[in-house]
Design a protein around this ligand. Structure first.
Ligand code: ADP
Ligand code: MG
Length: 697
C-alpha cells in the first residue's frame, strides 16, 4: 500500500523549519497534498530571447540588448530611463525608484538582459522596473529550460523556496499516492487525464509545452483541475444550503385574504412573471424550514409588489414581516407605498430609520416589540440591539447587493434570538442587478432563484444615444429645452474618477457650478455621497416634488428612487462604468408615461472594448442581455461587484473560461453529494479554504 501524500507533513521536506512552516500554513498548506494543490497562477518564459521588434503589449518577455543612453527625465514623475537596442528595435527601461549607483551602471555599450512586462509608451515599448542582469560583452544571455511556474505566495516566502519544495513533493508523487476524488465515470466521459499527470505538468511544464497552450486554459490538464475545483466549490455551497434546511421555520400556508384584496384594488393586474414568482415564494414558505430565495428582476419589474403580497400572507398567518432597504430615501418611499396598501386592510405598518426623532423611534420600537406593528420597513436601523421583534417570520432585503453579508445575517438573527422554539425567519433577497444564469447558479448556489423576466405592459423603452463630449454645448441646449419647453426633469450623472469618491464629488460640484451658470433659467440641484444624509434627503425630496429641474449627481442615485417625471439622463464618462451599473443608473428614467432618453457622453477616444460595451447599452434595454455581455467583456468580478466576488475567488478555475463545464459540474456535484459524503468532504478540504465565507446570506 502506497503512502498517502496527505499523510506527510511539509516539515519533512528539506528547507522547512518552523518559520517556513508557519508561512506555508498561512497559505493553507500543511501536508504534501496541500502543497501540490497550491497551483501556479502564471508562468514565465525565460527559455528564449524575444527580439524587441516582436514584443507585444502587456506580455512579459526576456530581452537581450545593448545600452544606448540613460537619462533622468522629469515628466509626470521623475524617472531614470535607459534606452536599449538589439538591432530589431529600441526599448526603454524605466525606473521610478533608483540610486545614483544604478544610474552609473547604465553605461553606453553595456550588454544587458531584462525580463519584464512590455508596455507601449507612445510608440516605443517600455519595461517598468524589469529584472536586470548585466552581462559582459562576450556573455550570451542566461536562459532557463522550459517555463517557470510562479506561485501565489505570502510576505517573506520566496518563489525560490516554494519551487524547491515543489520539486521535492513532485519526486515523492512518483512513489506515493494522491487521492483521486472525481468519480471514474466523469473522468471517462469528459476524457480527463489522470490527476497525477495534471499536477506534474502544471508544476513542471515539459519543454515542448508552450506558454500559449497553458494560458489558453483549454488544455485538458487544466480543465481537469478546474472542473474538480468547481465541483468542490459547488458542493461546499450546497452543504451550506442543506445545513440551512435543517433549521426550523414557521410554516406560512397560503391565506390569500389580504393579498387578494390588495391585488384586486390595484389599478392594474400583476404580470404573469410577478404571479409566478409569488407562487414560488408561497410554496417555499409553506415548508417548515426557512426559505432562502433570491428574486432577480430588472429595474421597474415590480419587485416591491411581489414582496408586499408575500409579506401580507405572513400577516394573515399572524406573524411579523420586515423589509430592509439600503437608503433612507428608499425606505421612506417603500413605507409610503406600504402604508397606502395596508391602511384599507387595517394592518399596521411602521417605519424605522435613524433620522426619526427619539419619540418616533420609541413608538416604533414599542410597536415592533408588542407585535402591534405587523409590517416593519426600515434601513440598517432595523438590526440594532434595541430592536426586538415579537414574532418575525419573514425578512425581505431589497437591493441585496448594497448590503454586506454581515448586515444581512444580523437582521436574520432578530427572528430567533428570543423565541423558545428556535424558529428562523424565511428570507427573501431582491436584486435589480441581473446576473447571468450560469453565474447565478454558481455564485448563489445556496439560494433558490426566481426571476421576474417581464416588465409591466406599456413601458416605453429608453432611447439611448452614445456621443462624444465634444458635443457638450449641444447637450446643454437640449437639457434647457427639455426642462423649459417640455417640462421634463433631468439627471446629469458624473461618474467615478480614479476610484476616488472625493474626486467624484469634486467633479460633481464643478459640473454643478458650471451648469448653474450656463443654465441660469433652470433650477439646478446637486447630490453626492459626501453630503449629510439629511441634506441628500432634502435634495432628493425637492427633485421628487419637482422643485428642481436638473439634478447633478454622482452614482449615489443608483438605487431605487422613483421620479416619474424625470425622463432625460446624461451620463458623463460612461466608459468608466460596468454595463450593469449603467443599466441601473439608466433605470432612474423611463418610469413615467413619457418617452425617455439617455445620453452617454464619453470623453476622448474610446477603446474598442469600450465602443462595444456602449453599443450594447445603446441597442438593448434588457438587463439580462446586458449582464451577459458584461460578463463576456469584463469578467465575473465586474458583473457581481466586488462584494460578492469574495466567495468566488477560485484558486484555479475561471468562470468565464470554464463556463462550458458548469452544467456537468452541477450534475457531478449533486451525484457526489447524494452518494458519497466522505468524498464530498475530502473535495471541500482539498479546495475550499474558507467555507464559512462562501454563504451569501
Ligand atoms: P422594482 O422592481 O424596480 O423595485 P418597483 O417595485 O419599484 O420596481 O415598481 C415600479 C413601478 O411599477 C411602481 O410604480 C409599481 O407600482 C409599478 N408596477 C408594479 N407592478 C406593476 C404591474 N403589474 N403593472 C403596472 N405597474 C406595475
Ligand atoms: Mg425596487
Amino acid at each position: 500500500m502506497q503512502t498517502r501524500l496527505a499523510g506527510i507533513g511539509v516539515d519533512s521536506l528539506k528547507g522547512v523549519g518552523p518559520k517556513v512552516a508557519q508561512k506555508l500554513e498561512q497559505l493553507g498548506i500543511k501536508n504534501l497534498e496541500d502543497l501540490l494543490f497550491h497551483l501556479p497562477y502564471k508562468y514565465q518564459d525565460r527559455s528564449r530571447v524575444c527580439p524587441i521588434g516582436e514584443l507585444r503589449q502587456g506580455e512579459s518577455a526576456l530581452v537581450f540588448g545593448q545600452i544606448e543612453a540613460a537619462d533622468i527625465t522629469f515628466g509626470k514623475r521623475r524617472s531614470l530611463v535607459c534606452r536599449i537596442s538589439d538591432g530589431s528595435g529600441l526599448m526603454d527601461i524605466r525606473l521610478f525608484y533608483f540610486s545614483m549607483a544604478q544610474k552609473k551602471q547604465f553605461i553606453r555599450g553595456q550588454y544587458i538582459q531584462c525580463y519584464g512586462q512590455a508596455t507601449l509608451v507612445g510608440r516605443r515599448y517600455s519595461m517598468i522596473h524589469p529584472e536586470l542582469t548585466y552581462l559582459r560583452e562576450q556573455d550570451s544571455p542566461v536562459l532557463e529550460q522550459g517555463l517557470k511556474a510562479i506561485y501565489p505566495s505570502t510576505d517573506g516566502l520566496q518563489q525560490r523556496i516554494i519551487s524547491s519544495l515543489m520539486e521535492q513533493a513532485l519526486t515523492q508523487l512518483k512513489r506515493a499516492r494522491v487521492r483521486e476524488l472525481l468519480p471514474e465515470k466523469w473522468l471517462t466521459s469528459l476524457k480527463f487525464p489522470p490527476l497525477v499527470d495534471a499536477l506534474t505538468t502544471l508544476h513542471k511544464p515539459p519543454l515542448d509545452l508552450s506558454l500559449s497552450a497553458l494560458q489558453s486554459g483549454n488544455h485538458p490538464l487544466i480543465q481537469r483541475l478546474a472542473f474538480e475545483e468547481l465541483v468542490a466549490q459547488h458542493i461546499a455551497m450546497l452543504k451550506i444550503k442543506h445545513r440551512g434546511q435543517q433549521r426550523l421555520a414557521a410554516s406560512i400556508p397560503e391565506k390569500s385574504n389580504y393579498a387578494a384584496k390588495l391585488i384586486s384594488d390595484l389599478p392594474f393586474t400583476l404580470t404573469t412573471a410577478q404571479q409566478r414568482v409569488i407562487g414560488e415564494i408561497e410554496k417555499d414558505m409553506a415548508r417548515k424550514y426557512p426559505m432562502m430565495r433570491l428574486v432577480q428582476g430588472d429595474v421597474g419589474s415590480g419587485k416591491t409588489l411581489v414582496a408586499a403580497c408575500v409579506m401580507l400572507n405572513v400577516v394573515s398567518n399572524t406573524h411579523q414581516a420586515a423589509l430592509m432597504a439600503p437608503t433612507e430615501i428608499l425606505a421612506e418611499q417603500h413605507f409610503k407605498a406600504f402604508a397606502n396598501w395596508c391602511k384599507p386592510l387595517g394592518i399596521k405598518a411602521v417605519l424605522l430609520i435613524s433620522k426619526m426623532s427619539a419619540g418616533e423611534k420609541r413608538d416604533a420600537l414599542a410597536a415592533i416589540e408588542s407585535g402591534q406593528a405587523e409590517i416593519v420597513i426600515g434601513t440598517h436601523a432595523l438590526f440594532q440591539n434595541q430592536v426586538i421583534f415579537k414574532d418575525l417570520a419573514l425578512v425581505v432585503i431589497d437591493e441585496q447587493h448594497r448590503f454586506g453579508v454581515e448586515q444581512r445575517k444580523a437582521l436574520l438573527e432578530k427572528g430567533w434570538g428570543d423565541n423558545q422554539k428556535q424558529l428562523h425567519p424565511h428570507q427573501l433577497v431582491m436584486t435589480a442587478t441581473p446576473i447571468p444564469r450560469t453565474l447565478a447558479q454558481t455564485a448563489y448556489a445556496d439560494l433558490d432563484l426566481s426571476v421576474i423576466d417581464e416588465l409591466p405592459p406599456g413601458r416605453k423603452p429608453i432611447q439611448t444615444v452614445v456621443m462624444s463630449d465634444s458635443k457638450r454645448d449641444a447637450v446643454i441646449e437640449r437639457v434647457r429645452q427639455a426642462c423649459l419647453n417640455d417640462k421634463r426633469q433631468v439627471y446629469w450623472v458624473c461618474t467615478l474618477i480614479e476610484d476616488s469618491e472625493e474626486l467624484q464629488c469634486q467633479a460633481a460640484e464643478a459640473t454643478y457650478e458650471q451648469l448653474q451658470t450656463v443654465l441660469s433659467s433652470l433650477r439646478v440641484g446637486l447630490i453626492h455621497g459626501r453630503m449629510k444624509p439629511a441634506e441628500k434627503q432634502r435634495v432628493m425630496q425637492a427633485f421628487k416634488d419637482a422643485e428642481i429641474d436638473l439634478l447633478v449627481a454622482t452614482t449615489v442615485i443608483e438605487v431605487g428612487v422613483d421620479v416619474p417625471n424625470a425622463s432625460l439622463m446624461i451620463i458623463e464618462n460612461p466608459e468608466r462604468l460596468g454595463l450593469s451599473q449603467l443599466h441601473q443608473l439608466r433605470g432612474r428614467v423611463g418610469r413615467g408615461d413619457k418617452e425617455s432618453h439617455c445620453l452617454l457622453m464619453y470623453h476622448g477616444q474610446l477603446s474598442k472594448n469600450a465602443q462595444q460595451r456602449l453599443e450594447v447599452m445603446r441597442s438593448s434595454n434588457d438587463g439580462f442581455v446586458i449582464a451577459e455581455k458584461d460578463l463576456e467583456l469584463r469578467g465575473p468580478g465586474e458583473v457581481l461587484g466586488t462584494r460578492q466576488t469574495g466567495a468566488l475567488e477560485y484558486r484555479f478555475a475561471d468562470l468565464v473560461r470554464d463556463s462550458h463545464l458548469l452544467t456537468d459540474v452541477y450534475l457531478c456535484a449533486d451525484e457526489i453529494l447524494s452518494a458519497q459524503d466522505v468524498v464530498a468532504e475530502a473535495l471541500c478540504n482539498r479546495w475550499v479554504r474558507h467555507a464559512d465565507s462562501l454563504s451569501q446570506v
